[in-house]
Write a protein that binds this ligand. Structure first.
Ligand SMILES: Cc1ncc(COP(=O)(O)O)c(C=O)c1O
Length: 489
């Protein structure tokens, strides 16, 4: 019996998205089956003899894509197999089932499918970021140096940088791909990565974007629509049902979460698990979260995009982007398009991005802790009206964030009392926090967002704040002083 479950028994499901507290007889059955290290957060629903199959079908959507389902009943196996076929016809993310016959009772558990087993299952993501992407031969340096080369002596597999890159670029891709349980491609900027995906859409495609996406993504979407390449539909990120419905009609769901700068968090597990029109891609811009706080591919998204310029690089000294995918055909398609459109990351940037990524875990730990306290204090401050931070219970999409994110991030936005000019004065009256655009650096930055081209529709008094790793009380003093000294501006 133990052999039947062999492919599952070493997997760890970090999503927590499908955890069900209903653990009863099923626990014993799994023990009987010899599952020694059962995933902590696997779904395990014991339905007894399953007289009511509609109950099973009602629960089925909660199993996110890329998971295997262990079914201990012939009847259920038939039902699930049918659902799996239906799902696989409508999605690029596959679900699979495994049948454990003749158990005499039904248990339903979900495990990552074998293809999704990542080497990272063996270690914490922080350790992965520190230990991987390194040369391994005796006498090698511990890190790939910034290999600067456009071409290579032939004959060799590696012949031109724009195509194969160098060991440094490849190491970065290994690092980021493994972190997301997929394969990554590194780009010269976040927007180069976004463009590489969008430009693969067939003419006539239907694209769904949030109603407040990163402004350059909005610009790209609008330009393509004006050229007649695709149509654009906008949806409130908080409208989960709207996104689920859209998946049946769209060719691309572009989900930016948490969103810039209003900090709305989408119900990613629900959106990623929604049945889709054949070929529909779900792509997630997780720049604000980083792969340490959310891993969309594990929830069933097809593409996970990051502007590595931000938290991953982490020192405000480079431009970089990444796309991570699981599907090999999609990877090849994006790889080829990157060759044609020239978005490959440079050698020095790849080196710097790896160097930054090594400390992402440490930096985030401090920055997220700072952000939570600062958001709470700002929310109490008399000179502040609205604080948008997913870690505040008052945040409209706090529940979404709490359900699947592994931390609320280090980004927030807030409104000061008074006018836009007052907000401008606040961001300039600091000695520690830098008035600068962009985000995700070890150093705190903030800006008045409505002054950025393309962001004029933002509230004039909105300040977007990227919380860094400085000592908390120094930051709070800086903020308090800025608010006090501009109170009458
Ligand atoms: C959410 C988000 N996505 C994409 C980008 C674009 O990334 P890059 O500036 O690296 O091109 C940004 C940049 O600010 C961003 O904030």
């Amino acid at each position: 019996m133990g052999a039947c479950i062999e492919p599952f028994d070493r997997c760890v499901d970090r999503t927590n998205a499908t955890t069900d507290p209903t653990a009863g007889q099923g626990e014993k059955l799994l023990d009987d089956l010899g599952v020694v290290s059962r995933p902590e957060s696997c779904v395990e629903i014991d339905y007894g003899n399953f007289s009511d199959t509609s109950e099973f079908l009602g629960e089925w959507p909660r199993v996110s894509c890329g998971k295997r389902v262990l079914l201990a009943s012939d009847e259920l196996y038939g039902l699930a197999a049918h659902e799996v076929d239906r799902w696989n016809q409508h999605s690029t993310s596959m679900r699979g089932t495994r049948h454990i016959p003749n158990i005499g009772r039904a248990v339903w558990a979900s495990w990552p499918a074998p293809h999704s087993v990542s080497p990272m299952d063996e270690m914490h993501p922080d350790t992965w970021l520190i230990s991987q992407g390194r040369p391994t031969e005796l006498g090698d340096p511990l890190n790939w140096p910034p290999l600067m080369a456009s071409n290579f002596r032939l004959p060799h597999d590696r012949y031109y940088n724009r195509t194969e890159g160098t060991e440094t670029q490849n190491a970065l891709e290994d690092l980021l791909g493994g972190l997301e349980s997929g394969r990554a491609l590194a780009f010269s900027s976040g927007m180069a990565a976004v463009a590489c995906l969008f430009h693969g859409l067939p003419v006539g495609s239907s694209v769904v974007i949030p109603d407040d996406p990163y402004h350059a993504v909005n610009g790209l979407a609008v330009e393509g629509e004006e050229q007649g390449r695709w149509t654009v539909r906008r949806l409130d990120l908080a409208d989960t049902q709207g996104w689920i419905d859209a998946a049946l009609e769209a060719d691309l769901l572009w989900v930016e979460t948490p969103a810039n700068p209003l900090m709305t968090v989408a119900d990613l597990p629900a959106i990623c698990a929604a049945p889709r029109k054949p070929g529909c891609l779900v792509a997630v811009d997780g720049t604000f979260a980083t792969p340490l706080l959310q891993r969309p591919l594990e929830l069933g998204a097809d593409v996970s995009m990051h502007s590595a310029t931000k938290f991953i690089g982490g020192h405000s000294d480079l431009m970089a982007g990444s796309l991570a995918v699981r599907d090999d055909a999609l990877y090849d398609e994006l790889w080829n398009r990157r060759v044609r459109t020239g978005g490959t990351i440079g050698g020095l940037e790849a080196f710097l991005t790896i160097r930054g990524a090594r400390t992402l875990g440490l930096r985030l730990e401090r920055a997220v802790a700072n952000a939570q306290v600062l958001a709470e204090r700002l929310a109490e401050h008399t000179e502040v009206t609205t604080v948008r931070y997913p870690g505040l219970a008052s945040h409209p999409t706090h529940a979404n964030a709490a359900s699947f994110m592994e931390g609320y991030g280090a980004m927030m936005s807030f409104d000061v009392t008074g006018t836009g000019e007052r907000a401008s004065a606040v961001v300039q009256h600091t000695s520690i926090i830098n008035n600068a655009t962009s985000l995700g650096g070890i150093e705190s930055t903030w800006e008045r967002r409505a002054l950025i081209a393309g962001q004029e529709s933002m509230p004039p008094t909105l300040i977007r704040f990227s919380v860094g790793c400085e000592y908390l009380e120094d930051l709070w003093r800086d903020i308090s002083d800025a608010l006090a000294s501009t109170a009458h501006a």
